[in-house]
Design a protein around this ligand. Structure first.
Ligand code: ADP
Ligand code: MG
Length: 238
């Protein structure tokens, strides 16, 4: 569970060909980072995978099944939004439980899943607090908790750390990497931050104007950037 394949996936908004055509294989359990400058199509690509946007052409295969026409809730994926997407009037417990309540799960099972997620994320002592009573990092963990309880076959992150301060960003980077080691679930992580890409990824996908410039491990891209764009972006001189 957790493999995602894109076959000639394209996206057009009006006249703008934002994603001309992308082929990509994401393997089960991989931590894949989409990196590239602002406006290059990272969020669009993630939203296509999530089903929040319809493809203009091509095919998306998730866990071996054609998911191109599937609704977001039927894809088995969980998108982690920035922490400001939490419900301010709800406790941490209810924020995390929300997707399970929506799915009609019974209360005992919800309580158990919320406890499990809270333990993994070090939120056990904060379950009765409101988001405003938490630090930025704790809020981001609640946002991740809301995804964890659904036990998705893959997590999709769109710049989850961009509104945290620098020190907290480093901590959360490490926490998300540890979470990946613990859960071993596929993670697709969008960022414009080269350091995040280099330190977190098993596989980096460098995007430029909706095209893939190069796919490889951090070391491969660092040692053998295919062109000046990749070299400039990853930061090694060629
Ligand atoms: P990134 O996440 O890499 O910053 P995006 O995927 O958000 O880039 O955007 C890629 C391009 O697609 C941008 O030029 C943006 O203006 C355009 N775009 C994104 N969403 C829409 C939309 N709903 N309608 C029209 N254009 C869009
Ligand atoms: Mg974006």
């Amino acid at each position: 569970m957790g493999s995602i394949t894109l076959q000639s996936v394209s996206k057009v908004f009006g006249e703008a060909k934002v994603i001309p055509s992308i082929d990509l294989d994401i393997r089960d359990g991989e931590f894949v980072v989409f990196v590239g400058p602002s406006g290059c199509g990272k969020s669009t690509l993630l939203r296509l995978i999530a089903g929040l946007e319809d493809v203009s052409g091509g095919k998306i295969v998730i866990d071996g099944k054609d998911a191109t026409e599937k609704a977001p809730s039927e894809r088995g994926l969980a998108m982690v939004f920035q922490s400001y997407a939490l419900y301010p009037h709800m406790s941490v417990r209810n924020n995390i439980a929300f997707p399970l309540k929506m799915a009609g799960m019974d209360k005992t099972e919800i309580d158990r899943k919320v406890s499990d997620a809270a333990r993994v994320l070090n939120l056990t002592d904060y379950l009765e607090r409101k988001p405003r009573q938490l630090s930025g990092g704790q809020r981001q963990r609640v946002a991740i908790g809301r995804a964890i309880v659904r036990q998705p076959s893959a997590f999709l992150f769109d710049e989850p750390l961009s509104n945290l301060d620098a020190a907290l960003r480093v901590n959360m980077r490490i926490e998300i990497s540890e979470l990946h080691q613990q859960l071993k679930t596929t993670m697709v992580y969008v960022t414009h931050d080269q350091v995040e890409a280099m330190t977190m990824a098993d596989k980096i996908v460098v995007l430029n104007r909706g095209n893939i410039e190069q796919v490889g491990s951090p070391l491969e891209l660092y040692k053998s950037p295919r062109n000046l764009f990749v070299a400039g972006f990853i930061g090694s001189p060629k």
